[in-house]
Design a protein. Structure first.
Length: 83
């Protein structure tokens, strides 16, 4: 899908991985650094990571983790993966 991408906001140290170009209806916080955005019908719009540069990225428990991880790698940003 051409609307899939990972965008990093260096000033805020936040990474957003967009999977769908759709409106967000609901956001579920997985913990204090990770949240998942959903459409009204339950499809995943994207995943936000807070402080990925400072604290690394944990894909454990992230829906579609393989796709999210691949998009992060394709973005060219060098983040440390943690468990």
């Amino acid at each position: 899908m051409q609307d899939q991408r990972a965008e990093y906001d260096e000033a805020r140290d936040r990474l957003y991985v967009q999977l769908l170009d759709e409106s967000v209806d609901n956001t579920v916080a997985l913990d204090d650094r990770r949240s998942v955005d959903y459409t009204a019908d339950g499809r995943i719009v994207g995943v936000q990571f807070a402080k990925p540069f400072a604290g690394g990225i944990n894909l454990s428990g992230i829906p579609l983790a393989r796709v999210v991880g691949a998009l992060i790698l394709q973005s060219g940003h060098k983040f440390r993966m943690v468990e």
